[in-house]
Design a protein around this ligand. Structure first.
Ligand SMILES: Cc1ncc(COP(=O)(O)O)c(C=O)c1O
Length: 407
């Protein structure tokens, strides 16, 4: 893998901030976009822009074909059986809201059901609040799988909670705070023994690891384009066709209907049933190009390289007095979170920013994780395939310097 060749495709990386070369280690929040993605979206607006699915004219048909081609590309990328199992959304958050709302309507038709949903102690707010609000509207209950001090889920407790009869299980593939890779395949199999469907939040996994939804056997898999080198405002929801057929629509309006009268509406077939209104076509095409960009690289090589970046960061950071890593699972990926005794993460982040290093500080939209570890927040450095060993070095030296200044 030639990092220099990759980096030239990301012009945003080639800049100075506060007179220092930018070291961008906030990839778990959003990745940068390669030129091919930027150009694909630009090209769409220059040559193809049109509303899709409802025009007989040339441009509309061209845009429709391109959009549906992008859907097929995503389906192939996550190894879905059929393209109609892929719903375009704005991203992970919208996908999860869609599922929580649709499940709520589906389950309401089952009288007297005690509404319970099972999540884990390490969820992003996006995979917690929609389910929490849904169960609370019906005096139901959110069940939470606990984790240990290393950030590893307790599977014995998980099994016990499955026996309490949750209607849905929704779990992060990789924690955005701890970097833990959860054993989702095993967890899906366990839930299926009780006939419970499983949603996997793939926001932090899809850019780093090959995804095979059929192998995982998950019922749903959700993700955001902007965390995988694609534009913002686009993402997806994979769902097994039999589930998507069963779930009622999430939003209503144009495109998701079949016939409409003042008395009655019938709904469109999959996937359109879940895609009300005009979609973000340009971004969907950008997402397709991002997938082609990822597929153009040797994914195993990328995985190994990113693991080396992470390992190097952990080893070098370990030399710092008073450092405490938050998340030390044996199986982890993509990021390192830490605090340093007596130093607020925000102060540390602010100082290293002035040295050109961009990391994220705070609770990372996972306040219950902070509560679990008794901390106000962490400093989180997250890696992408364009980061270099030299950047890891600059980052750790910046942390060391800032720690000295703040003590
Ligand atoms: C694990 C996880 N789930 C969900 C989300 C929400 O993603 P988005 O803001 O793109 O909808 C994030 C974003 O950081 C995340 O890391």
């Amino acid at each position: 893998m030639n990092i220099n060749e990759i980096r030239v495709q990301f012009p945003v990386l080639d800049q100075q901030v506060y007179g220092k070369p930018l070291v961008y280690l906030d990839n778990a929040a959003t990745t940068q976009k390669p030129l091919c993605v930027i150009e694909r979206e630009r090209d769409y607006y220059l040559h193809e822009n049109c509303n899709i699915h409802r025009g007989v004219h040339y441009l509309s048909q061209k845009a429709t074909e391109a959009y549906e081609h992008a859907r097929q590309t995503i389906a192939d990328f996550v190894h879905a059986k059929e393209a109609r199992e892929i719903i375009f959304t704005r991203g992970t958050t919208e996908s999860l809201n869609l599922l929580a709302t649709s499940f709520e309507h589906l389950l309401l038709s089952t009288p007297n059901s005690q509404l319970k949903v099972l999540v884990t102690a390490m969820e992003h707010h996006s995979n917690l609040v929609p389910w929490q609000q849904m169960v609370q509207r019906h005096q139901g209950q959110l069940l939470v799988v606990p984790m240990d001090d290393k950030g590893v889920l307790d599977l014995e407790q998980y099994e016990k909670l499955l026996k309490e009869g949750p209607k849905v299980v929704s779990i992060a593939h990789i924690s955005n705070v701890l970097g833990t890779i959860n054993p989702v395949k095993e967890m899906v199999a366990m839930a299926h023994q009780y006939g419970i469907p499983v949603v996997v939040d793939g926001a932090q996994s899809i850019a780093h690891h090959p995804i095979d939804v059929q192998d995982l056997d998950c019922d749903f898999f959700v993700f955001s384009g902007h965390k995988m080198y694609a534009p913002m405002g686009i993402g997806g929801l994979y769902g097994k066709a039999e589930w998507l057929e069963k779930l009622p629509p999430y939003q209503f309006g144009g495109e998701m209907v079949d016939t409409v009268s003042f008395e009655k509406t019938t709904f469109n077939v999959l996937p359109y049933k879940f895609e009300a209104g005009t979609p973000n076509v340009g971004a969907a095409l950008g997402l397709e190009t991002a997938i082609q960009f990822i597929k153009g690289l040797d994914r195993r090589e990328v995985e190994t390289y990113e693991a080396q970046l992470l390992q190097s960061a952990i080893e070098k950071l370990s030399e710092i007095d008073g450092i405490r890593f938050i998340g030390e699972a044996a199986r982890r990926s993509g990021l390192v979170s830490f605090i340093i005794d007596g130093i607020h993460p925000y102060d540390l982040g602010t100082i290293i920013d002035k040295m050109g290093v961009a990391v994220r500080t705070g609770h990372h939209c996972a306040e219950p994780v902070m509560t679990r570890f008794g901390i106000p927040g962490t400093v989180r450095a997250s890696f992408a395939l364009y980061n270099t060993m030299e950047e890891v070095e600059i980052f750790v030296n910046a942390v060391k310097k800032a720690a000295m200044m703040l003590r």
